[in-house]
Design a protein around this ligand. Structure first.
Ligand SMILES: Cc1cc2nc3c(=O)[nH]c(=O)nc-3n(C[C@H](O)[C@H](O)[C@H](O)COP(=O)(O)OP(=O)(O)OC[C@H]3O[C@@H](n4cnc5c(N)ncnc54)[C@H](O)[C@@H]3O)c2cc1C
Length: 408
């Protein structure tokens, strides 16, 4: 049995940043263990749908920690090791015939893509994207496909469609909603991005979804519910993810849309914390529970959990954030638009300099920002964090040339 003072279950982004934080805080490397189903050390996932697909980033660029962090005298890294059971009383993890014991455990098993259960799903040419392995085969497809169908208009779908289009594949973006990413974007934003994609050759197919994948030995077409046949040598489904908790059922941890933790990222079990995509945590800024599937959350919760596990018990208080890169655009988003009662667009649509502010009773709760001055980026984070009353400044907020960074 391998024993660790600090054991991290999962070897993804949370694991990479939590291990780094523990080391920075003086924990001896050999006191830290990582048990991971992956076949490589912890790496950054955002490049998998961006630079790595386009051949701008290479695999060696994406690792979170230097290679000598792990191994003899370093952090104990157990890759290709899938944990099947957690015993919170014995403080052990079981993985096949291996067993690991811990003093303190961080659960960081992330999330896994939702899959399509329709005829032809198993055909070569049908892809999902979560791991480096997935990205390797998708990169080949991006390099070679003449026609691609990307299913889902969330950030993965939009990024992958932009990669195919940039490599000159005839690309269709197929999704169920009325308009592009309707659960996140305002109608104005959806229309802006739909036009941006169409101008770059992407065919937008709203209100439709795949009914089957066609092909004898490999994918040749996607048949849609509306009756369309879209020829394709590659299809990618980016239709959301589910937290990886199946093997934790019955372990004594509370599972409800992820592993339930409080604002300290503590589960109810002694000496067990959870962080990242798998953690359903209490957000004290917005007074609600949430589970976030984004890079910044994995980084910040990974570091925070490490500090709490090491004795610095502070609540995790953080404005939710994510970013995405598509074609030559990068945008960012802070906060949570749920419950907003007002939306203000601050946009030069032709120049692509766009901010969208979501307010609730005059206070900013969320902001989308693209090609705006840095001072505005800083201001929106402050306004959301401090719940600043902006009700007297509506005209200025909506006027793209006004100076709003100096508002309260
Ligand atoms: C392609 C892609 C692009 C992304 N781009 C962006 C972006 O542009 N912006 C943004 O904000 N966010 C982005 N994200 C989201 C971000 O990468 C995730 O939120 C982040 O990786 C979550 O980190 P995590 O450690 O919680 O989970 P993961 O990084 O998924 O790590 C989970 C780990 O747990 C392991 N594991 C699972 N089950 C077991 C088990 N039973 N036993 C052992 N190990 C197990 C897995 O093998 C893996 O090592 C992207 C994600 C993907 C997949």
């Amino acid at each position: 049995m391998e024993s660790y003072r600090f054991l991290i279950l999962g070897g993804g982004m949370v694991a990479g940043y939590a291990a780094r934080q523990l080391l920075e805080d003086g924990v001896p490397a050999t006191d830290i263990g990582i048990v991971s189903a992956d076949d490589v050390p912890p790496y950054e996932r955002p490049p998998l749908s961006k630079g790595l697909l386009l051949g701008i980033d290479e695999e060696q660029d994406i690792y979170i920690n230097p290679p000598d962090t792990y191994g003899k005298g370093g952090v104990g890294l157990h890759i290709r090791t899938t944990v099947q059971g957690l015993d919170i009383r014995a403080k052990t993890l079981a993985a096949g015939d291996q067993e690991f014991s811990y003093e303190r455990l961080l659960v960081a098993t992330g999330a896994t893509p939702r899959t399509l259960d329709i005829p032809g799903s198993e055909l070569p040419g049908v892809h999902y994207l979560r791991s480096l392995d997935d990205a390797r085969s998708l990169r080949q497809a991006v390099d070679t496909a003449k026609r691609a169908v990307v299913i889902g208009s969330g950030f993965i779908g939009m990024e992958v469609a932009s990669a195919f289009a940039q490599k000159d594949a005839e690309t269709t973006l197929l999704f169920q909603g009325e308009r592009l990413w309707d659960s996140f974007m305002t109608p104005e934003l959806s229309a802006y991005f739909a036009r941006y994609y169409e101008e770059r050759g992407v065919l937008i197919r709203a209100n439709d979804s795949p009914q089957s994948f066609a092909g004898d030995t490999k994918l040749t077409a996607v048949r849609t519910v509306s009756g369309e046949t879209l020829e394709a040598d590659a299809a990618v489904a980016g239709i959301g993810v589910v937290p990886v908790t199946d093997f934790l059922e019955g372990s004594g941890l509370s599972i409800d849309n992820g592993v339930v933790v409080n604002e300290y990222l503590e589960t109810g079990a002694p000496d067990v914390w959870a962080a990242g995509d798998v953690a359903n945590y209490q957000d004290t800024l917005f007074s609600r529970r949430r589970r976030i599937e984004h890079w910044d959350n994995a980084v910040e919760q990974g570091k925070h959990a490490a500090r709490v596990m090491n004795g610095d018990r502070q609540p995790f208080v953080h404005v939710p954030y994510f970013f995405s890169d598509i074609f030559d655009l990068s945008y960012e988003y802070w906060g949570d638009q749920q419950g907003a009662d007002e939306v203000i667009h601050r946009a030069d649509w032709d120049g692509g300099s766009i901010a969208v502010f979501w307010l609730r009773r005059g206070r900013m709760v969320a902001a989308f920002v693209m090609k705006r001055p840095d001072e505005e980026r800083d201001a929106v984070q402050r306004w959301i964090r401090e719940s600043t009353d902006l009700s007297g400044h509506r005209p200025a907020l909506g006027e793209p040339d006004s100076d709003i960074a100096a508002l309260p």
